[in-house]
Design a protein around this ligand. Structure first.
Ligand code: CA
Length: 241
């Protein structure tokens, strides 16, 4: 299920370039060339994230930000041409979650968008709102105990799901096979660590583009396994200042 970005930018070239790049990255992109249009589109069709230019011709980006924030806790990332501390602080105080200063690298922008979405998903998971956590080619519905691909539930063994759910909740932490047995299977399976490997093998076939070279459910040589999610794979390479 593609996530939707509302892109608010009055410069046509930048808007089209960004839209094309986000679409190539798997997003669905709604666009607006001004503040009023942004509000109309947002109210007509809620987005997973709003990318909002600060300088808009009709309604300033900061006003748009404040109005959307009153109506929704959608992540908002401000694009600003002015690199002044005041703008940054004001933007964030108005409820924006992050900002990038023009000119920015596309790679940095994508990394920040992924990081914001991941944080929003994590918040939703922690609050039990039942959001979906995307891992590679699947979406994990923790509350519903389902594994989905493009919104369609996959047949999954209960322990494979529990193993993945555990790793999603502890993304970035390395676990030994013994620890995973203890946490997921619930008791000491000493000598049965092969069970973990079998389930990891199965999960990789569902999750990874290339199960032979996994980038999400990784083996840590001599230790065990770790689940990597996008923001950790692509940390924002932000320049000084
Ligand atoms: Ca502008």
């Amino acid at each position: 299920m593609a996530r939707t970005i509302l892109l608010v930018e009055d410069e046509p070239t930048l808007r089209e370039t960004l839209a094309g790049n986000f679409e190539r990255d798997g997003f669905r992109v709604l666009t607006a060339a001004g503040g009023q249009e942004a509000l109309r589109r947002f109210r007509a069709e809620p987005s997973d994230l709003v990318l909002l230019d600060l300088m808009l011709p009709d309604l300033p980006g900061l006003d748009v930000c404040r109005i959307i924030r009153r109506e929704s806790d959608v992540p908002i990332l401000m694009l600003t041409a002015r690199d002044s501390e005041i703008d940054k602080v004001v933007g964030l105080e108005l409820g924006a979650d992050d900002y990038v200063t023009k000119p920015f690298s596309l790679r940095e922008l994508l990394a920040r968008v992924h990081a914001l979405l991941r944080r929003a998903e994590q918040r939703a998971l922690e609050s039990g709102a039942g959001a979906l956590a995307t891992v590679g080619r699947v979406q994990v519905d923790l509350a519903g105990h389902r594994l989905l691909r493009d919104g369609v539930p996959l047949a999954v063994k209960p322990k494979a799901f529990e193993l993945l759910a555990f790793l999603v909740r502890h993304a970035g932490q390395v676990f030994t096979r013994e620890q995973l047995l203890e946490h997921v299977w619930g008791y000491d399976y000493a000598g049965e660590t092969r069970t973990v490997d079998v389930h990891v093998h199965w999960l990789r076939r569902e999750i990874e583009e290339d199960p032979g070279a996994p980038i999400h459910l990784q083996t840590v040589r001599g230790t065990g396994y770790v689940l990597r999610r996008p923001a950790e794979e692509r940390p924002a390479a932000r320049a000084e200042g």
